[in-house]
Design a protein around this ligand. Structure first.
Ligand code: IMP
Ligand code: MG
Length: 176
């Protein structure tokens, strides 16, 4: 497995993002909505660098057939009720790839009357983007390739790695 971003690089970038977001939302309260499971580590690091009144919620998004067919369904598990109304919301996730899951979730949130909705992802993977969307804030850009660690998984493995790594064929659990 090849390290792409070390935990020191990640920590430094998260601190910078925290300062930028703090300055952009001065005088407001922020509702951070983390996307499970991939966003769990990034959310916990980022909110500790926000010098703002912050609330945190989590939702779970699952997508089916998004990578290999035009038929893409995103299932949203959101038990937060009506708390979005009038709030400044920041969606925080591990990675934006095609953009389909975050676009679907953003539409869902916008129907609940928030004051604003922005997107923050640790990684911006642009080459497979199919939606007209960009994260408002992101940690790093990567070209193609499958990455793991810092919340990102391959078949539920590797989420807890402190670094962000590129997965190579020999890293797969069933590799010879
Ligand atoms: P979307 O294509 O932008 O909707 O991304 C859907 C989800 O696919 C992301 O939230 C990740 O959970 C997952 N994903 C996309 N690219 C990678 C990757 O390189 N490593 C691990 N998970 C990924
Ligand atoms: Mg995800």
């Amino acid at each position: 497995m090849k390290i792409l971003f070390t935990n020191r690089q990640i920590a430094q970038r998260v601190e910078e993002l925290g300062k930028e977001i703090t300055s952009d939302y001065q005088g407001s309260e922020l509702l951070v909505i983390g996307v499970l499971k991939g966003g769990f580590i990034f959310v916990s690091d980022l909110v500790r660098h926000l010098d703002l009144p912050v609330r945190v919620e989590f939702v779970r998004l699952s997508s089916y057939g998004c990578s290999d067919s035009p038929q893409c369904e995103v299932k949203i598990s959101d038990d937060t009720g009506d708390i979005m109304k009038g709030k400044h919301i920041l969606i925080v996730d591990d990675i934006m790839d095609t953009g389909k899951s975050i676009v679907a979730f953003k539409k869902h949130l916008e129907s609940k009357g928030p004051a604003s909705v922005k997107i923050c992802t640790m990684i911006n993977k642009k080459v497979r983007r199919t939606q007209d969307v960009e994260p408002d804030y992101y940690g790093f850009t990567i070209t193609d390739g499958f990455i793991v660690g810092y919340g990102l998984d391959f078949a539920e493995d590797y989420r807890a790695l402190p670094e962000i790594c590129v997965l190579e064929p020999s890293d797969r659990r069933d590799a010879p």
